[in-house]
Design a protein around this ligand. Sequence first.
Ligand code: MN
Length: 330
Amino acid sequence: MKNKYNELKKILNKSKRIVLTTHLIPDGDAIGSELAVYRYLKDKGKDVTIINHSVTPDNLIFLDKKNIIRYFREDIENCTKIIKKADLILILDTNEYSRVKSMEKAVRESAAIKVCIDHHLGKNQFDLLISDTNYPATSQILYEWICNDNPKYITPFIAKCLYAGIMTDTGSFRYPRTNEKTLEICADLIRKGADPVKIYDDIYCNIAKGKVKLLARFIESFSFHFDDTVIIGVVTQKDFEEFHSDVQDVEGFSSFIMNIKNIKVGMVLVELRDSIKISFRSKGNIHINEFAKIFNGGGHKNAAGGTSFDKSIDTVKRKLLEKYRQFQSL
Ligand SMILES: [Mn+2]
């Protein structure tokens, strides 16, 4: 990684106008990463703009009190101009152009150097890819990258953003890739000004009423299979409409079902307008990313995603169970 950090440093020295972006429906790691890098590069005197496809989820707005993040679809013309004029585009927390959604064409067509910093599986389609799937969060890579330049650049604001990113992507320090390095880095971030109690409260202790009702409906939908080791939960468009909530409110549902005793595999079906999004979770040695491939998806060993274009929830459920029966006996 160190060589890559140095390579990026060289690119940065030659870059003046920089655009940062991340994946649709951004999570804490995505927003924390963008704002940390924004501040760091601003402090180094760069002209930096963050442009995203999706709006920032409510529980992460506290990181962007100054409204730094711009939304592509709110001003397509000017945003396209900025992307076109950039000499460097940093894509954070995703390695797929399709995940920047409405911005994909503008980003691809820009003559800027494209650097991706990420921790997901994928192939390199960039001028420089700084990625390692052993890292639990992009924010942890960014911490190393900034410190490799000079630890003094980690201001209290940057510490807060990186801490938020690591805390959310590790499920509050409990997911498998959490390691001693992660906690050492977070200790240093606290030393440098991150407040762990406040960040947790801001992100997790402000669940909107609509989301709680959606969760109640989600729990009612549970069906248990394979001796209660496999669970399927469903969220429909009707649920979203009834509780004035949207797909962002489903965040956390798939990790929630994995708290149930004896559950080894969890599947969450979310009905979108044109398809059904499926989140897969597993425990131990069940390579759920292999299973996700059957449903146009992929991901990590214990967390993956897929999509079904068959719009009937019942059909998709039946197919999931049928395919899982075969998968299990492999
Ligand atoms: Mn991440």
